[in-house]
Design a binder for this molecule. Structure first.
Ligand code: XMP
Length: 326
């Protein structure tokens, strides 16, 4: 019979067999899949696993801390955090085009991750150990979609870490290959992961970088983080998290409108709320949120976030609109 306990036991045995006494690396994104995969591998082989978290500065309020503190506290995993905020901001300076932003964020992410990986390989090599495995949070639906094969990841190392082979080949460890998303959440819960990680709604890899319409700057990220935190807080308080698939909060950084606040005229930016309901993100409908919840979010955002003087609601389904704005 299927129980989370059985799944964990089975996977722990399989991981131990696969990894043996060698070492493994796992990239954490802040999302549920990589977190549960890492927790399972850590349960199986302990400190033979090193996790890497690239802080690109595009996460929402509290999310990096959830990985750095709560996830580590819950699992005891060895974590290498790379603070790459400056690097990402620099690479994104002056860029407004959505596809260009995505490409830049993806490219920088791979570079930073590979460099961290190469450093871990080099350090382990000094200790006479071999890093052979890369852990990935591949789920059953991903396996079916991509035709089923297991694989290896070939990582080119083009960095200034001396003495490494040109190409590092890793064997993949994919302990979630037989599971659906809800099962992954149950396994994560059983492993004692923080609720905020286990129940997290989808969040795009490029993060807030694709929720600022216009150039991404540190000030704009701070502003959007505040607005997003308020929206999430109110949706959670209203008990709507399970009902909503996700609710992107978008800053229209290149748009200003006239407003009035206190004793003066303002000329600020609009924030867009994009709550959607969906089964699989392929199609979506806009969520009919209660007016009082929308009202609280709007009042708080305009009162508490500098330079935002208007909150608008996106009532477009997908298609024709995508869930994200970029
Ligand atoms: P769209 O905007 O295409 O989004 O309707 C569908 C779902 O995918 C998420 N999304 C991404 N996830 N990397 C990701 O990991 C990405 O680049 C990306 N872009 C969109 C989006 O949040 C939604 O859940």
């Amino acid at each position: 019979t299927w129980t989370t306990g059985n799944v964990i036991e089975e996977q722990v045995t399989a991981i131990r067999e696969q990894v043996g006494t060698k070492r493994a690396i796992c990239g954490l994104s802040g999302g549920v899949d990589s977190a549960v995969a890492a927790a399972l591998v850590h349960k199986a082989v302990g400190d033979q696993l090193t996790c890497v978290y690239v802080d690109h500065g595009l996460m929402r309020k509290g999310e990096t801390e959830q990985v750095e503190k709560d996830f580590v506290a819950a699992t005891g995993v060895q974590l290498k955090v790379v603070d790459a905020q400056e690097r990402f901001l620099k690479a994104l300076a002056g860029v407004s085009d959505p596809e260009a932003k995505r490409k830049i964020i993806g490219r920088e992410f791979i570079r930073v991750f590979e460099q961290a990986q190469a450093e871990i390989v080099a350090e382990a090599g000094d200790a006479g150990e071999e890093v052979r495995f890369l852990v990935q949070g591949t789920l059953y639906p991903d396996v079916v979609e991509s035709g089923g094969g297991t694989g290896t990841a070939n990582i080119k190392s083009h960095h200034n870490v001396g003495g490494l082979p040109e190409d590092l080949e890793f064997e993949l460890v994919e302990p979630l290959r037989q599971l659906f998303k809800d099962e992954v959440r149950m396994v994560g819960q059983e492993l004692g992961l923080p609720e905020e990680i286990v129940q997290r709604q989808p969040f795009p890899g490029p993060g807030l970088g694709i929720r600022i319409v216009g150039e991404v700057t540190e000030e704009r990220l701070d502003l959007l983080r505040e607005a997003d935190a308020i929206a999430r807080e109110e949706l959670t308080a209203a008990g709507l998290d399970a009902e909503i698939w996700q609710c992107p909060v978008v800053l229209l950084a290149d748009v200003r409108s006239v407003g009035v606040q206190g004793d003066g005229r303002t000329y600020g930016h609009p924030i867009v709320l994009r709550p959607v309901s969906s089964e699989d993100a392929m199609t979506a409908d806009w969520s009919r949120l209660p007016y009082d919840v929308l009202s609280r979010i709007s009042t708080r955002i305009t009162n508490e976030v500098d330079e935002v003087n208007r909150v608008v609601l996106d009532i477009t389904s997908k298609p024709p609109g995508t869930i994200e704005w970029e």
